[in-house]
Design a protein around this ligand. Structure first.
Ligand SMILES: O=C(O)C[C@H](O)C(=O)O
Ligand code: SF4
Length: 516
């Protein structure tokens, strides 16, 4: 087993940096279905570019490298204790090399262990089988899409869809609702794994197991195959689109599994995975631990650059460009500058911006800021950072889900004079009101595009609150050419509220029974 640890390290690096071929294929199809000139179309092009950049830089596709979850099948009698130790060593090494973000946080103290090891992390499931090889599969599922998982207990009443009973049609309604409630916040377009039955724990496990299926497989159970096809066709009519910008493609894959339940329980558990659907696997020689085979198509077989399609849409894009307003701004921003912005404008930012997420927002509520935030831009981002010599380098830096800061954001904008907040998925009514009263905007960056945005950060000017851990610290970043779309402006407009309203109306069309 002299190669086992190295093989696991390679598996982690491959999973984090090179999106598998079947996932890429689904994203390519989405690009074909979506009008390239729209906000969703442009976002899909950025996503495609980001996938290529991650492969080329051997750096994380998304800065949130998720909860490393391994499923290992071993021949009878193989030493699982040694394997577990070596998996942990490989995880720590990949973290030190910037291939995984420091993602293991003490739930009581907030302290980050710094190496992705701690109670409950990583997750390792062992199974024995009667084959001669070791099969190791890994999924890196980020926190933002994990937060959009949902579990239904049937029978129930669903907003927009009415009664969902204990039958295939009730399950159908739950799945459509699951896609609706995620909106763009789990970085749509997404994939879902569904578990029917089990208890609350095994139901979710079954849902997650579905995410290990290949995107292009077919369900062996005819009813479930039919339901998967129905969901793929109809969930895409909800009009949520990439990042919740509205559009034709909301769901990229749906896989459904079933297990027995207790007479009293009927759970439908849904695991939502963002487009950055990072899972891979290897088959290992049980004697040496060397890699014999990769278990999913590797990314390199499916390049994302698509010259032919790009040139055929060039005319379309040029036409849209004349309608789209692009505004270049340098920090600090003035009230006048931000009040002139409208939903739909693209802002290109230069100058210094500051990262800030959960820990910082909580802190700023009753403390001063270490830097002057008048006219400042706050970026909801927990980057992957590496110290090279004496200086820090940004290795991956996409946005995080903004809605978590909803209880604080409005107050903080007013207290410190912030003029722009960048994040993803949008914010709520309280923030929208503060934007209007104070004169500020919300800019939506493309979730998961961590390599694309990392390139915009030319220097790390400084850092505060490193004690919060790398993702939660306040990084002061010198920025050039950071592009994001105004989705909430200082005039009370919110694209997120609009898309939520229109997708709800669309959801209601699925109220009538389909599977009898
Ligand atoms: O933690 C992050 O950086 C992002 C998170 O996965 C999210 O989607 O909000
Ligand atoms: S930021 Fe988006 S792409 Fe990244 S892990 Fe979170 S949900 Fe996935």
């Amino acid at each position: 087993m002299q190669h086992f640890e190295e093989s696991i390290y390679r598996l982690i690096v491959e999973t984090s940096t090179n999106l598998p071929g079947d996932v890429r294929q689904a994203i390519r199809k989405a690009r074909e279905a979506e009008d390239r000139a729209t906000r969703s179309g442009i976002s899909l092009s950025t996503i495609a570019e980001n996938i290529e950049m991650a492969e080329c830089n051997v750096s994380p596709i998304c800065q949130d490298t998720g909860m490393p979850t391994f499923v290992v099948h071993t021949p009878v009698g193989a030493n699982q204790i040694v394997m577990k130790r070596q998996i942990r060593e490989a995880v720590a090494r990949a973290t030190k090399d910037g291939k995984l973000r420091t993602n293991s946080v003490d739930s009581l103290t907030g302290a980050n262990t710094g190496d992705n090891l701690g109670p409950g992390t990583p997750v390792i499931h062992f199974e024995q089988w009667e084959k001669d090889e070791i099969d190791v599969r890994l999924i890196l599922k980020g926190g933002g899409c994990e937060n959009k998982n949902i579990q239904y207990s049937l029978p129930t009443e669903l907003e927009g869809l009415g009664k969902a009973g204990r039958d295939l049609d009730g399950i159908r309604k739950c799945i459509l609702h699951a896609v609706y409630q995620a909106q763009g916040q789990g970085c749509s377009a997404g994939f879902i794994g569904v578990g029917i039955g089990g208890d609350r724990t095994t139901g979710y496990e079954l849902a997650k197991q579905q995410l290990f299926r290949r995107v292009d497989d077919t369900n062996p159970i005819p009813e479930l195959r039919e339901l998967e096809e129905y969901i793929m066709e109809n969930a895409n009519k909800l009009g949520i689109g990439t990042m919740g910008f509205g559009g034709e493609v909301t769901l990229l894959g749906c896989k459904i599994g079933v297990m027995n339940r207790l007479p009293a329980s009927f759970f439908v558990s849904v695991a939502y995975n963002c487009w950055a659907y990072r899972r891979q696997g290897v088959l290992l020689d049980a004697q040496t631990g060397a890699i014999k085979e990769w278990l999913y198509p590797q990314g390199s077989e499916q390049p994302m650059r698509d010259e032919a399609a790009a040139s055929s849409s060039a005319g379309q894009e040029a036409a849209a460009e004349s309608e789209r307003r692009e505004v270049v701004l340098t920090t600090p921003l003035t009230e006048e500058q931000v009040r002139s912005l409208r939903v739909g404008d693209i802002v290109i930012l230069n100058g210094e911006m500051h990262t800030g997420r959960d820990a910082l927002h909580k802190y700023l509520m009753d403390h001063d800021s270490p830097v002057d935030l008048n006219g400042a831009v706050i970026y909801h981002c927990g980057p992957v950072m590496l110290k090279e010599g004496d200086s820090w380098k940004v290795k991956a830096a996409g946005p995080t889900t903004s809605i978590r800061e909803e209880p604080y954001q409005g107050d903080i904008i007013k207290k410190f004079g912030i003029r722009a907040v960048i994040g993803k998925g949008g914010m709520g009514a309280k923030t929208l009101k503060a934007l209007q009263e104070h004169g500020a905007v919300y800019l939506n960056a493309i979730g998961g595009a961590a390599q694309y945005y990392a390139e915009c950060f030319k220097n790390v000017n400084g850092v505060d609150f490193l004690e919060f851990g790398i993702p939660e610290a306040m990084w002061h970043l010198q920025t050039e050419g950071f592009a994001a779309i105004v989705t909430m402006d200082a005039h009370g407009n919110s694209l997120h509220a609009d898309v939520e309203r229109s997708s709800f109306e669309k959801l209601e069309q699925f109220k009538e029974p389909v599977f009898k």
